[in-house]
Design a protein around this ligand. Structure first.
Ligand SMILES: [Zn+2]
Length: 244
């Protein structure tokens, strides 16, 4: 059964009520009719929190279903007991971790936009943890003084307080948008009729399933901690997100 993914439309939703629609007792996993828990994907790690008072330790998407792994032992009968199919439960997302991931994810998109505008280079990969990230770009070699220049350019965009808008576009409309071409929309399966677009207004527009803050000023500031070569045409930038 498809899970309604509340985080796609409201990244600020921290708690919600839902009904249990499937239970995998062996794996201590539950599926709900709707969820605010973000599952690992698109370079963004999963949320943590609680469902029916039991800690959520992993969240994965399988097909259209989001599975939440609960802490404890499969024989738990007390406080760590799994809810049953049909139960109404309350979910609560660990907001400190999620908000840190939102700030980090938005910082990565700002970095993409800055590098595209300034050097015309595309991103080749990336990964994030709360308040730290790495991204790879197709530079060869890295420009002189690159780390410091990046820091200045990204932080200027963060101070600029640009709005971040999420929209859902019909596939054909998205494919015709020149601003979206570099995000390789053609790699999204044709069975997906609607494309979710994250627009840092005036800077960077991407097809993206992640959770973002509402304005770049909410990110704070970034610090480039390292730049390194990962081979020909592939250079890595490591950054951390700090309070503004
Ligand atoms: Zn993203």
């Amino acid at each position: 059964m498809a899970t309604e993914k509340l985080y796609l439309r409201d990244a600020y939703l921290r708690s919600f009520e839902a009904r249990v629609v499937d239970v995998d007792a062996e794996g201590r996993r539950v599926a709900l009719d709707r969820t605010a828990f973000y599952p690992t994907g698109g370079g963004q790690p999963h949320d943590t929190g609680t469902i029916a008072g039991v800690a959520v330790v992993d969240v994965r998407k399988e097909g259209d279903t989001v599975w939440h792994t609960l802490a404890g032992d499969s024989r738990d009968a007390g406080d760590g007991a799994l809810p049953a199919v049909g139960d109404e439960v309350e979910g609560a997302v660990d907001w400190e971790r999620r908000h840190a991931l939102m700030r980090t994810h938005t910082a990565m998109h700002v970095l993409c936009g800055v590098i595209w505008n300034e050097w015309g280079k595309a991103v080749t990969g990336g990964n994030m943890e709360p308040l730290s990230a790495r991204m790879d770009f197709e530079f060869d070699p890295l420009p002189e003084g690159f780390g410091q220049r990046i820091e200045e350019l990204v932080n200027a965009e963060l101070v600029a307080d640009r709005a971040i808008e999420v929209s859902f576009l019909p596939r054909d409309t998205a494919l015709a948008d020149a601003d979206l071409i570099r995000t390789k929309l053609n790699l999204i399966p044709e069975s997906v009729p609607e494309i979710r677009v994250v627009d840092i207004v005036g800077l960077d527009k991407q097809a993206d399933g992640g959770t973002h803050v509402a304005s770049t000023s909410e990110v704070g500031r970034i610090r480039v901690t390292k730049t390194e070569s990962k081979g020909k045409g592939n250079k890595r930038i490591r950054l951390e997100v700090v309070d503004g």
